[in-house]
Design a protein around this ligand. Structure first.
Ligand SMILES: Nc1ncnc2c1ncn2[C@@H]1O[C@H](COP(=O)(O)OP(=O)(O)O)[C@@H](O)[C@H]1O
Ligand SMILES: [Mg+2]
Length: 420
């Protein structure tokens, strides 16, 4: 069996805390079997290395390794992405398409953010896990596949099970072996080590001398909460490496790169904003991105449905909630907006562009979307920001919206979306 140190070197994993070593050891031990593994841990702790280690050390290493970010795929397309579809199974399904489970036969599939899977997809996944069987969307033919599954989540799965958002039987089937990666703040002795490694990498990359922390700065580094974990530490190291002329970094300088409140959230917009307030600007950009991403996902969902059903009226009836979310709510007078939903939904039958979309969705563009994690952690941050602001203003939406720099209607939508 390969040693933990050799694996760390091979996969570029830095750190020496016993918990990290234990997690890697576990990955090495289960690799040669076909046991399903669930990797748990906060965002940014390094979960993505584990399925790679498992695949590389298994007899499947010459087979395919497909990483799928379950949270990034719209609900309407996820079954087709994972299990494929039959030609003609929905409007626009111009050809039969293989899903990841068919393509990865003999290999490994990494299901990142598995907690985000819709319940109907969970049923299909359970079947594959139990007897290797699956059925393409729109087909009745049972197919077989031999895929090893490694899943990861940063969500509290017990909470999801309690809320009936995740099937308990699937959870136990996925987590035959659980590999937990602790947050960075619980790996104190690794923090400075990681920082030095990143500092030296960025010095090389940007062809500048390596930054070095003073003793006081090291103390600040160690005491910080790092709720974005190693990803956040890496970002901070990169920013400092690029921006600081003086390569010896004092505690004060370092603090300037860390979020101010005890936690790690981007600082709340201050009322006395200056034009150069970088954190506020960044925050506004985050917000715009959050809103756009959320709207885009909803629109994707609706478009898929429209293409499948080809009947705007049916789709409109079935997705009232979603339509209201995108185009505004009419169940609260405060947020009333004149939206002619029929008009909004009567998307012109532009054959060419819808063809384009289909051929795009026929490709495996959702797999290997490893950057998605970042967005998700931002999602958590946004949620946290909203909660805090509402708390501060004793639930008064108007004041909270003002503080957050968003419209009341957007805030209202977020409250609904996050179930606050
Ligand atoms: N032990 C480690 N040593 C070096 N880099 C790490 C380590 N753990 C994580 N990283 C880096 O931190 C970032 C986030 O890791 P990732 O696996 O994407 O986290 P997660 O999937 O848990 O959110 C990546 O750039 C990764 O290379
Ligand atoms: Mg990840």
């Amino acid at each position: 069996m390969e040693s933990v140190q050799v694996i760390k070197q091979r996969f570029g994993i830095i750190g020496n805390t016993p918990v990290l070593n234990r997690a890697i050891e576990k990955a090495i031990q289960v690799a040669p079997t076909d046991i399903s593994v669930l990797v748990t841990g906060e965002s940014g702790v390094g979960k993505e290395s584990i399925p790679k280690i498992i695949h590389q050390l298994s007899h499947r290493k010459h087979g395919k390794y497909i990483a799928v970010n379950c949270g990034a795929i719209p609900e309407g397309t996820i079954d087709s992405e994972l299990f494929g579809h039959e030609k003609g199974s929905f409007t626009g399904a111009t050809q039969t398409r293989e899903g990841y489970f068919e393509v990865a036969d003999g290999g490994t599939i990494f299901l990142d953010e598995v907690g985000e899977l819709p319940l109907t997809t969970q049923v299909r996944l359970l079947r594959v896990l139990e007897n290797g069987e699956f059925i393409k969307v729109g087909s009745s033919k049972v197919q077989k596949t031999d895929v090893r599954i490694v899943a990861a989540t940063n969500a509290n799965m017990f909470e999801a099970i309690k809320k009936e958002k995740f099937r308990e039987d699937l959870y136990y089937r996925l987590s035959t072996v659980d590999i937990h990666l602790p947050p960075l703040r619980e790996r104190q002795e690794d923090i400075h080590l990681l920082f030095r490694k990143f500092a030296s990498d960025f010095a090389l990359k940007y062809k500048m001398p390596t930054i070095k922390l003073t003793d006081d700065a090291i103390q600040v580094l160690l005491k910080h909460r790092w709720s974005g974990n190693i990803r956040q530490l890496r970002n901070v190291a990169e920013q400092i490496s690029v921006l600081e002329q003086n390569r010896t970094i004092s505690a004060e300088t370092l603090k300037g790169y860390l979020p101010t409140s005890g936690s790690n959230l981007p600082a709340i917009i201050k009322h006395t904003k200056s034009d150069t307030d970088f954190s506020s600007e960044r925050e506004i950009l985050y917000k715009v991105l959050f809103d756009m991403k959320s709207d885009l996902n909803d629109l994707k969902k609706l478009t898929m449905e429209l293409m499948k059903k080809g009947n705007a009226k049916d789709v409109e009836k079935e997705h009232q909630g979603l339509i209201q979310k995108i185009y505004g709510s009419d169940d609260e007078t405060l947020y009333e907006e004149e939206v002619d939903e029929t008009e909004v939904l009567s998307i012109p039958e532009h054959q060419e562009s819808s063809q384009e979309m289909i051929s795009k969705s026929d490709k495996y563009h959702f797999a290997e979307e490893i950057e998605e994690e970042e967005t998700l952690s931002l999602h958590d941050k946004e949620l946290e920001l909203i909660k805090k602001s509402l708390e501060r203003h004793s639930g008064k939406r108007k004041l909270a919206a003002e503080e957050l720099g968003i419209s009341e209607r957007t805030l209202y939508r977020k409250i609904k979306q996050f179930d606050l």
